[in-house]
Design a protein around this ligand. Structure first.
Ligand code: NAD
Length: 300
């Protein structure tokens, strides 16, 4: 079998178009412009790239984008004061604090100081609790993007066996909650799981969120299963020249694509969906804040 490629780049484009259309409607009918504030502390190069990309795409869909770039030495009190100011700013509907934060800042404290209604990353403890109890919440962007692609590919996920490899708070755990919410039978596998290959072989849906390059080989995959590869790993690519790198996922794409029914590539799979879902979450937060109907298909 040769797997159907789930084109996350194209799908993300569709999500952005939907968001942009709804933003246009909000502006013309309600005179409201959704606003996203991104806070970056320090000069981590990868974070700078993400923040730039988020800001650019926010503007492209017609939203207001505000960036706060703070010195690496910024005190916790100053950061909390900025978040408080953004919490009380009616023109800002989404607040994202780019992680990781410098070591002297308490990440949990900072994230939990964001108003849950503006927590477009879905990391606030209230949103985690709401998601876990099946209530309306802000949903973490990467797992939301995976869910959207799975729903688009399968329609209903009800009754399917899903294995999520990885139990992080930002991907693995919320992914499992979302799949449970769509009535999958969910297994969360992790570094201590016994006989991981056998666990993965049971799955109709495999979501790999481990951070280990090409860890999942094709012979772990059940014929026809759907494979969602969240991993983004930079590995040396001497074939491209000295010192060059390339991106690979957590699954061995070539061998998994031979057995899977559908698979997301890296790059061009889950990655582009993450920012698209950030925009979707900002729009959702804006609609909720104003008591307006939420756009269809952009939330869990
Ligand atoms: P993390 O390091 O927080 O968690 C990794 C998880 O993998 C842990 O729960 C651990 O138990 C599990 N694990 C480690 N080794 C294992 C093994 N040998 N067998 C089974 N499980 C094992 O990572 P994360 O933040 O969840 O990210 C995972 C990957 O997804 C990374 O490559 C990251 O770059 C990528 N990521 C991508 C996006 C995106 O937008 N596409 C977003 C977030 C993370």
């Amino acid at each position: 079998m040769s797997a159907q490629i789930i084109d996350g780049k194209a799908f993300a484009g569709t999500v952005r178009e939907k968001v942009a259309a709804h933003v246009t409607k909000l502006k013309s009918e309600n005179n409201i412009t959704p606003g996203l504030a991104v806070v970056l502390v320090g000069e981590d190069p990868a974070s700078q790239v993400y923040v730039r990309s988020k800001g650019k795409q926010t503007v492209e869909v017609g939203m207001k984008s505000v960036e706060h770039k703070l010195d690496v030495e910024t005190s916790e009190a100053d950061l909390l004061a900025l978040i408080d100011q953004l919490n009380n700013d009616d023109s800002i509907h989404g607040i994202l604090v780019q992680l990781p934060l410098p070591k002297h800042l308490d990440e949990d404290l900072v994230i939990n100081s964001i108003s849950p209604a503006k927590d477009v990353d879905g990391f606030h403890i209230s949103n985690v609790g709401l998601l876990g109890t099946g209530q309306k919440s802000m949903v973490p962007c990467t797992p939301l993007g995976c869910l959207m692609m799975l729903r688009d590919h399968h329609g209903s996920l009800s009754g399917m066996d899903a294995v999520v490899i990885g139990r992080s708070n930002i991907v693995g755990k919320p992914m499992a909650q979302l799949l449970l919410g769509d009535s999958c039978t969910v297994t969360i596998a992790h570094s201590r799981t016994k006989d991981l290959p056998e666990v993965v072989r049971r799955a109709d849906i495999v979501v790999a969120a481990v951070g280990r390059p090409e860890m999942v080989p094709g012979d772990w995959i059940k014929e026809g299963a759907t494979v969602i590869d969240v991993g983004i790993n930079r590995i040396p690519a001497p074939e491209k020249g000295e010192g060059k790198h390339r991106l690979v996922g957590d699954v061995d794409y070539a061998s998994c694509a031979e057995r899977a029914g559908a698979i997301t590539p890296v790059p061009g799979g889950v990655g582009p969906m993450t920012i698209a879902c950030l925009l979707a979450n900002t729009l959702t937060a804006c609609c909720r804040a104003n008591g307006l109907e939420e756009p269809e298909g952009l939330t869990a």
